[in-house]
Write a protein that binds this ligand. Structure first.
Ligand code: PXG
Length: 465
């Protein structure tokens, strides 16, 4: 075993290289370099290890993506075999490869009805960017060239390319880049817990869901339905704070989209692949989208790959356009990524992970979270479904009042989580978790125990305990 001082030196070496040469996503580079990064060197199951040998329980599945947990040898072997057999080839020159066609067919068998055709890309952002192009193309093919406005929601996260960031509704994502681009408009999301503070009074969840859906209709009418191309939304808003729609919301939204001939684009990048106890959020909420985007859990994050699926009307129109589709990436349907994704879907299916989230470990996590934390003085609400769970930290539980500087308490709590070996995200003052679908009951208990300890310490620091 290496002695601690050599481990320390190794860590210092990597930190120095990182500080000198590597710019990190969504980070203040100068501040991070001063503090020094944590170097993750190994992972197994739901745990990560850093270069100093510290173990952490990863309550976030990486970035909401490692469905089958870390260290799955079957996925590694599938990737290895593809690397040894066909490390690269593309789909541009009237060519295909076995991994990608098998993956496309497998996806078609799992997707909502009518989604029999897919395109591939390499990240969620690219998938969403492609989706918007396909939406524009669809309306152009139909001769409705005026339909160019893309609607999406406040607090939405759809990625970082010019178009995906424009679609995103998290406002800090815009000023550095002079975004959103023209033609992107926002409507509110169905954030029921925040309804009172937003001035809706003591409204019931279902009434609120319909009210928020009606804001979409008002926006479409104000812009002119003939100009609105699409409405993009995550079935459950993820990086915007785990916002679960009231039951009334999606049926009302679907009706409005149909009424005004607005294409419904579901971003399933987080909600896909069993996270909610169904293969997709579309099935969990009974939604029939015109187009869907997916990434993350498609390969459990083992390889960068994303997909766009087309429902019947878009699929038919685009597949039968009778002209070249002028779109595609060098790595669209990369054979190694496809092989890993295909194996990932096989493992999820064979091991019954989706049913496990629906009937076993999902309900267990939701029940235990509520038992342990719902009555906590710092916790306004515990909400969740499947293996997505949010714990809202509030200043006043009874009045549903938030803390004045959103993010301060959340970050404070997140730091306590880190210090005790638990990785949870803090979104503003909401603590969120999305563990691998393979997590055991014992591990759920360990995760909740660590989360409670961090929330207790935070509560003490702000005089709530
Ligand atoms: N759509 C959704 C719903 C996402 O959550 C993307 C698109 C973009 O995917 P790519 O692969 O381009 O990153 C995402 C990504 C966080 C966090 O801190 C969340 C994401 C990415 C990075 C950080 O919660 N989601």
């Amino acid at each position: 075993m290496a002695n601690p001082s050599s481990k320390h030196n190794q860590t210092q070496h990597w930190r120095a290289l990182d500080a000198a040469h590597h710019i990190h996503p969504f980070s203040d580079t100068a501040a991070l370099n001063k503090e020094g990064v944590r170097v993750i060197t190994r992972a197994e199951g739901i745990y990560l290890w850093d270069s100093d040998g510290n173990r952490m329980l990863d309550g976030m599945s990486g970035l909401w993506c490692v469905q089958v947990g870390y260290g799955n040898k079957e996925l590694a072997q599938a990737g290895c075999e593809a690397l040894n057999t066909l490390p690269y080839y593309n789909h541009f020159f009237k060519t295909s490869n076995p991994y990608t066609v098998e993956l496309a067919a497998k996806l078609a068998s799992l997707l909502p009805e009518g989604h029999s055709r897919v395109l591939f890309a390499n990240s969620g952002s690219e998938a969403n960017d492609s989706a918007l192009k396909l939406i524009r193309y669809y309306w152009n093919l139909r001769g409705m060239r005026e339909k160019k406005i893309h609607l999406s929601r406040e607090y939405a996260y759809h990625g970082v390319t010019m178009a995906a960031a424009s679609l995103s509704g998290l406002t800090p994502m815009h000023p550095q880049w002079d975004l959103p681009l023209p033609g992107f408009e926002k409507v509110p999301g169905p954030y029921w817990y925040g309804a009172r503070q937003a001035g809706y009074g003591d409204i019931g969840a279902d009434e609120f869901g319909v009210k928020i859906a009606n804001k979409l209709e008002e926006k479409i009418l104000a812009l002119g339905p003939e100009r609105v191309a699409s409405f993009s939304a995550e079935p459950v808003q993820g990086a915007g704070g785990l916002i679960f729609p009231p039951d009334s919301y999606w049926p009302a939204v679907a009706e409005i989209c149909a009424k005004y001939d607005v294409l419904l684009h579901l971003d399933e990048v987080i909600t896909g692949f069993g996270r909610l106890g169904e293969w997709f959020g579309a099935q969990a909420y009974g939604i029939s989208p015109d187009i869907m985007t997916m990434a993350k859990g498609l390969s459990s994050g083992y390889q960068p790959i994303s997909a766009i699926s087309l429902g019947a009307r878009m699929g038919e129109a685009i597949a039968n356009a009778g002209e070249e589709l002028v779109h595609g990436y060098t790595y669209s349907g990369h054979p190694v990524a496809s092989a890993v994704a295909l194996k990932n879907l096989e493992v999820i299916e064979r091991d019954g992970l989706v049913g496990r989230v629906r009937d076993g470990i999902g309900p267990y996590l939701q029940r235990r979270m509520r038992e342990v934390l719902a009555d906590h003085p710092l916790v306004g609400e515990v909400r969740g479904r499947g293996l997505l769970c949010a714990i809202e930290l509030v200043a006043d539980k009874k009045e549903r009042r938030f803390f004045p500087n959103p993010g301060d308490i959340g970050t404070h709590c997140r730091n306590y989580c880190f210090a005790s070996g638990l990785i949870m995200r803090a979104i503003r003052d909401t603590m969120v978790c999305a563990p691998p679908l393979t997590i055991t009951e014992r591990e759920v208990d360990e995760m909740i125990g660590l989360a409670k300890a961090a929330i207790d310490r935070t509560a003490r620091d702000c005089g709530k305990m």
